[in-house]
Design a protein around this ligand. Sequence first.
Ligand SMILES: C[S@@+](CC[C@H](N)C(=O)[O-])C[C@H]1O[C@@H](n2cnc3c(N)ncnc32)[C@H](O)[C@@H]1O
Length: 208
Amino acid sequence: MADRISSDAETSVDWSSYYEKTGDRSPRPTLIKVLDAFAAEDFLTDRLAIDLGCGSGRDTMEILRRGWPVLAVDAAPEAIEKLLARPDLPNECEIETLVSRYEDMSLPPCNLVNAGFSLPLCPADVFPSVWAKIVSALAPGGRFSGQLYGDRDDWVDLSGVTCQSRDQVVELLEPFDVEFLDEEEDDSVTPRGVQKYWHIFHIVARKR
Ligand SMILES: C[S@@+](CC[C@H](N)C(=O)[O-])C[C@H]1O[C@@H](n2cnc3c(N)ncnc32)[C@H](O)[C@@H]1O
């Protein structure tokens, strides 16, 4: 599969070229699923979405298009600059941005946390507190959408990356009703042509 993250020295990534290659791509299927789930509930007022590791905004843009206020968070100032400079960013949209690492941010109460291929890029020692922040920020009925990496992923031993076994993913999702959990494994080439074995959990889950 080509629609994945690109990596040079894996976690010390040259995000610039990643943003160039992927910023205009269509939103992640997990995001579409979660937004459709909210739309089916007519959930329209007092809502906030947080896009964690938003990059140059392929998912943020779709959340805005669906009329949600968004807080877009990324550790890379360039990601936020590129997002705010997008010509397709609507004039009227409600967007706030935050340059921060997950471990340093505090999250406002919200209804959706989306993390498209971004949350595993978090050191294992801080991942539990980051996940706890996400769970606690989500209101009951709020949803998480995004990806986690599995323990057979090629990046399992890299510092700065957190991978989970299926049992660990199930445990993380304990506070949620799991609406979609797809486990994917394959050998493929990243957008930058790097061969990689991917083990990915694609998730949509609703907090109880
Ligand atoms: C693979 S990109 C994903 C971008 C976008 N969500 C997408 O679906 O294409 C990962 C993003 O996470 C950001 N990121 C990586 N580690 C981070 C961390 N510890 N805290 C905050 N952002 C981080 C990177 O700067 C990058 O923009």
